[in-house]
Design a protein around this ligand. Sequence first.
Ligand code: RFL
Ligand code: PHB
Length: 390
Amino acid sequence: MRTQVGIVGAGPAGLLLSHLLHRAGIDSVVLECRSREYVEHRIRAGVLEQGSVDLLRRSGLGERLDREGLRHEGIELRFGGAAHRIAMTELTGRAITVYGQQEVVKDLIAARTAVGGDLRFEVEDVRLDGLDSDAPVIRYRHQGRDEELHCDFVAGCDGSHGVSRPSVPAGVLTEYDRSYPFAWLGILAAAPPATEELIYAHHERGFALYSMRSPEISRLYLQVDPETDIAQWPDERIWAELRTRLETVPGWTLNTGPILEKSVTGMRSLVVEPMRWRRLFLAGDAVHIVPPTGAKGMNLALADVTLLGDAFAAWYREGRDDLLDAYSDTALRRVWRAQHFSWWMTSLLHRLRTDDPYEAKLQLSTLRYVTSSRAYATSLAENYVGLPEV
Ligand code: RFL
Ligand code: PHB
């Protein structure tokens, strides 16, 4: 079997790339190890930058997004017993849209299948060969049979635990990383959001975040120890801790309801350079990871494959390889801006160490500054809504 671009991974990166290539008249096949049902229901990110929304609309994926997405023009920083609004749209002219990652994934799968796109779910044992030749091959098992996919290029969009990045020979790639001594416990609850805008709360017991998915569904997160055993967090304990960290503003109360899903996610920062080796192009979480505090991961994945889609189009249509050659350097500029912003938001809002009151004082000083200086607030806002050029 042959295609032009073989894509590993049906997350936001792999699916959008396949969609953009189709629109440019380029063939691709997407290989995904999970089932369609699984990837359509995996609960993760929720915030789309203005640029991501514009991109999805431009590529014909805006219909349900415009209907169901929640446009937000500000966020709240809550600390020291008070609420402080960052007026993103007033400061930058741009906004964010709250729309679940799994909804983006569903829309992309629907768009690909509507035009007969080749998406193969539940493939096993994916191996990449011939990446340093003009004729790479992806070998895998599907429905009990050994298969080969011959292609011109491979796009490694298989997330942080994929096979693409480890297929590059040792010594070629450089890793830059940072780990954090905390994790997030996230819940999805059948409770109407008690807030119109997202609340990022700094509290002496640790960070909390109030987000949402719809007028009926809230999404909340608590900073917890990375070793946390979810069994130690029955629903009542989660609500009690959320109350302690969020009900710090007089008269404000949380809405509670049945918890539909809960999970613990570790936090990490990672960039791997360059984002290409020969005929393998890496995109999204397969090549960089950010802690979720800046809401950047999915947006970066979408931005990477937008560049990649244009670069493949220039190669196939005009025989140009300049955009493919520039892909890694161009993408890394946005990646590093998002790395800094995500690290900064994370460091500002979490309880860093139990025994260092100095750091807590610096955080509060920075929080007061960012919520009182228009210049500093604008910096936060323009990073949060997404910088058009970086
Ligand atoms: P994905 O979504 O992980 O997709 C990779 C796909 O590859 C498949 N795969 C393989 N397929 C075939 N063979 C193999 N060997 C394979 N190995 C893996 C996987 O099954 C999967 O389907 O990567 P992609 O496309 O790069 O997208 C990245 C985003 O998913 C990620 O950055 C975001 O979810 C991060 N993130 C957030 N990003 C935002 O922009 N805004 C947010 O508000 C936000 N909040 C979050 C987040 C991530 C979180 N968690 C759970 C890590 C909140 C949380 C809690
Ligand atoms: C979410 O809604 O899941 C969400 C929102 C903002 C973040 C991270 C996650 O920074």
